[in-house]
Ligand binder design. Sequence first.
Ligand code: SF4
Length: 437
Amino acid sequence: MTALSFDRFTLDMRRGACPALSAPMMTGDGLLARVPLTDAITPQQLAELCRLARRHGNGIVDVSARGNLQVRGLTKASAPVLEADIRALGLPLREGLAVEIPPLAGMDPTEIADPRPIAEAIREGARDIQGLAPKMSVVVDGGGQLRLSSLLADIRLVAAAMDGDIRWKLLLGGTEATGRVFGDFRETEAVAATLGLLRRLAALGTSARGRNLADNLPMNSGIEASAPPFRLFPLSDDLWTVGIGPAFGQASAEDLMGLCEEAMRLGVNSVKPALDHSLLFFGLRAACEALAAYAGNGGFIVSPADSRSHIAVCSGRPACRSASFATHDVAATAAAECAGLFDGSFRLHVSGCAKGCAHPQPTALSLSGAAAGFSFIADGKAGDRPFASVTFADTNAALRRIADLVRAERQGDENSAACLARLGPARLSAAVTSGRP
Ligand code: SF4
C-alpha cells in the first residue's frame, strides 16, 4: 500500500484539479477518485468496481458527463487501497493525456472514419510531452450515431468525407460549435499537427489551453447536434447497444451491481461508460431491450424523453462543500413538475455555485446557488449576470412559473430554447418575481 502524501492531498484540493485514480480530489463527502477507461469492460468488472466503491468509499458511484466513472467518499487511508484493488482488476485504465473518441468508434456502420488509429498515434506521440495542463484533452471524432460535439476540448479532430477522401478538421478550444478552425488535414498530417500543437502548449506552461492558440482563427460552422445516448443503437455484426443512465449521473453501488447482474443474466457481455452520464451495454437486440426495461423499472434513464436527461446538475450538498443546497432535489422536482419545458432544445443547468461544474458552456436557462438562494440566468453560464434571484424555498415554484410562461407564449412549432430567448430576461424576470406569467 502506498501512502497518500499530505502535499499531494493538499495540491489536489485546488479547484480545477483532475481527480484521477492516483490523485483523488477532496470533496464534501470525502475524496473522489476518477476511473478513466479507454475501452469497454465486462458487467462483472463493473460490479466488482462497485463492490470496491462500497468497501472503500461511501458506495456512491458517478458517471461523469465525459463518461468517466468516479468513486466517492474515500478517505486518505482507503484511497490508495482502492487504487491498488482497481489496478488488480486489470481494467483498460487510461494513463497520460486524455485522447477521447466516440463510444461506438470502430463498431458504428455510420461513422465517417474510425478514429482509433489516430487517437492511439496521438496518445503514443504525446508520451514524451511534459508540462501540459492537467485537464488537457484531445477529441478525435470520426462521426457516427454518438458524437462528442458538445464536450469541451483543447484540440479536436473531426472527420469529414470530401471528394471520396477523408479529411480531418482540426479545431482549437470550445465545443465543436464554438471551436476555432486551425486547418484541414489528411490522417498522418493530423497526428503531426496535433502533436506540434501539444508541444507548443507544453512550452507555454501548465496553464496554457487550446483556446490560447486560437486568436484570430475563424469560428467553426455547419455543426450537427449530438444525439442523446439513451436509446438502442444498431452496430456492425448484429451487435446492438443500449444507453442507460443513472439519474443525474449518480447511483448507489447496489443499484449498479443489480443492473450488472441482470446484464450478465441476459448475456450482455460488455459495458462502456459514455457521454452524458450514460452506460452503454453491448449485446443482442433482445437482450439490450430487456435490460432497458429492467433499468427503466429501477429508476434509470432509458429514453431521451426522460426530463431528467435534459438537466445538467452538479453534485451539490452534501457531496460538494461549495454548494449551499441539495441540487439533485431541485433538479428532481423540476423534472417532475416542468416536464413540458424539456423538449430537448436546451439543457437546464442547476448549479450549486457560480463555478458551474456540470455545464461549463452557456445554456438557455441556468440556476446558480448562492448563500441566500438561487440566481436565474438566461442564455449564459452559472457565473453570468442573473435576471432574477429567489429564495431556496421559492426555487421550484419560480421554475414552474417559467415553464407556464413558455407553455402559454410558445408560437407555432417554436421550441423551448427559442421561446426563452425570444421572451428575454425582462419577461422571465417578471414571471419569476410576480408569479403571474
Ligand atoms: S458547481 Fe457544484 S460541484 Fe462545482 S464547485 Fe459549485 S457546488 Fe461544487
